[in-house]
Design a protein around this ligand. Sequence first.
Ligand code: ATP
Ligand code: MG
Length: 525
Amino acid sequence: MKNINPSEISSILRKKLENFNLEENTKEILNIGNVIEVRDGIVRVYGLNDVFYGEILQFNNNIYGIVLNIEEDSIISALFENINNVKEGDKVKKTNKFLTINVGKSMLGRIVNTLGKPIDGKGKLEGDLFEIPLEREAPGVIYRQPVYEPFYTGIKFIDSMIPIGKGQRELIIGDRQTGKTTIAIDTIINQKQFYNTNNPVYCIYVSIGQKNSSLANVIKILEENDALKYTIIVSSNSSETPLMQVFAPFTGTSIGEYFRDIGKHVLIIYDDLSKHAVSYREISLLLKRPPGREAYPGDVFFLHSRLLERSAKIIENDNIFSKMNGFPKSIKKYIKSGGSLTALPIIETKEGDISSYIPTNVISITDGQIFLEKDLFNSGVRPAINDSISVSRVGGAAQIYSMKKVSGTLKLNQAQYKELEAFSSFGSDLDEKTEKMIKKGKLNVELLKQDANNPYKISYQIAVIYLCSQDIIIPLNKIKKFEKEYLKFLKKEKNELLKKIDNGFWNEEIINDLNKVIKKVLKSV
Ligand code: ATP
Ligand code: MG
């Protein structure tokens, strides 16, 4: 050591550093950090600069995470998958990107995960794919048009009394096992009639936090009804990380927006947002965010509202439309106006309590709710819709004339019947008029019952709802058989008439025709 000359050292160092490009070299270093703590898929990373909230980070073995907290000297990220494969000391790389997925028409008929990757074993997505962000600002008011086009669920009760329009958000809410998923699935099946028309409706079913067996059952029903070909399933089941579950509805919405923005009509189902809120809570707890406005439960409102705000019916004006911001450049040339995204979020209640935090949030964000009741379901009234607290705040404007005409007073009549029935249970003597109303109400309840996975075309629905407005003398136990024969007869003999009703016509001639059919069929049952 003695014989080293300090001036020699400085000259060697100077020589070594001569070609050192400070900017180039530090850039590489600042883009790479180290894992200093891992716990339940939550990772603390040290050494990354200029990270932004929501940025995607790349860990070893192509594992990805997202930045959820930025602290003074470290950041906290949550992992999407393979949470056990990240260790302390691993390197972490910045990607400078928000979360995106690749979307395209070839997604129809496929099952994808939250990251947009197919998981059905049918291979890669083919054809043109566009990279779009998972979170996009909802379209502003000048790009939206009011709800005016009907959206058919195929369920008599809903299309007649709680009508939905394209672009609307209608909540399906009820206790567990009350037929919530069935309503959503039947609505998907009902879109089959539009598949080969100029106006197909594509469907997206987002499964959040469900058991694999429940989703398998949904897929089976869709396959059996040949409805998978126009449907995309986004799956994030209970076995996946809470992060995958939290982002799944956003993935579904982004796919829906792609189809909406190329001028198509889209239905999206979130099954269900209660489990979504639970996953979100899990993340909040793991991140040790204190409860309050900026964390669960306060910010779950923001989470659900920014999700549901993206459902809309877009105006039909190509000029303004092309200026609409937030479009990824890659799909701009395919953009067409007039598409829509209609949402049916599902919420599970406990003991019918709709006044707890998450249900009230989603009720206030949506344009109405379909409330399913356990008691009705168990007494055999299916779909088990409670007509007094189920509403659609905007869909009435979208109902076609014929349906509006026949269903006009049905809701009121049924409400009156319910009251009279409750009153009559005290055993008092009833006058003839009251007795008649109760009888009629009971018949209508039967007429409004509908089997699972059996959606009706709109003309069939109108024909049945017309029965609800007429005095039909028939015993209660024969009404279902009558309905079946009546529809069979119409289908076989009265195709022209059904077509007219389908197109919204309603006049004396149609009424006379139907009355004749009713008389005839009544004789045969
Ligand atoms: P969960 O809370 O478990 O998600 P859910 O509220 O989604 O349940 P579904 O799974 O749709 O309820 O329905 C529960 C059961 O009731 C199913 O077996 C379904 O087939 C049956 N069901 C639902 N609707 C009807 C109907 N209209 N007619 C006959 N059976 C029905
Ligand atoms: Mg369900």
